[in-house]
Design a binder for this molecule. Structure first.
Ligand SMILES: Nc1ncnc2c1ncn2[C@@H]1O[C@H](COP(=O)(O)OP(=O)(O)OP(=O)(O)O)[C@@H](O)[C@H]1O
Ligand SMILES: [Mg+2]
Length: 113
């Protein structure tokens, strides 16, 4: 199992979710966050409201998937979020040792989707 974290422009969220749905990936956690990339917010300010500390508004999307869905999820995020401009975002793929559905006690692959 993998835990995929995508951080990208808030105005790309609808498109990313649509691409994920097309790939039968429906479960997700979304947060509004602030962050900065290698330009430290400076050259990217025209794309979003700037917070103190050169931090810019971003969306953080988290998806836990079985191995067979990793490439699909990553591609969907890229397709939905990419404009070719600086600040398009980044994707982190982490190993996920365990997942537990609280209601049933299901674990691992049975619990994830
Ligand atoms: N190494 C990192 N560690 C933690 N968060 C990061 C890292 N790189 C990017 N981020 C997060 O992702 C957001 C988007 O990053 P961004 O797309 O600007 O990356 P970049 O490396 O500067 O690429 P680009 O040159 O395309 O802008 C940042 O605002 C930050 O929240
Ligand atoms: Mg950047």
């Amino acid at each position: 199992m993998k835990y995929i974290i995508g951080i990208f422009q808030p105005d790309r969220l609808d498109d990313v979710l649509e691409k994920l749905t097309e790939n039968e990936i429906h479960l997700a956690t979304v947060s509004n966050v602030i962050g900065r990339g290698r330009q430290q917010g400076v050259a990217e300010v025209y794309r979003s409201h700037k917070e103190p500390g050169n931090l810019l508004n971003k969306v953080r999307l988290e998806i836990a998937v079985n191995e067979g869905f990793v490439d699909k999820a990553v591609s969907a995020i890229i397709e939905g979020a990419r404009t070719g401009q600086i600040g398009d975002g980044k994707i982190f793929v982490l190993d996920l040792p365990e997942c537990i559905r609280i209601r049933t006690g299901d674990k691992g692959n049975d619990a994830i989707g």
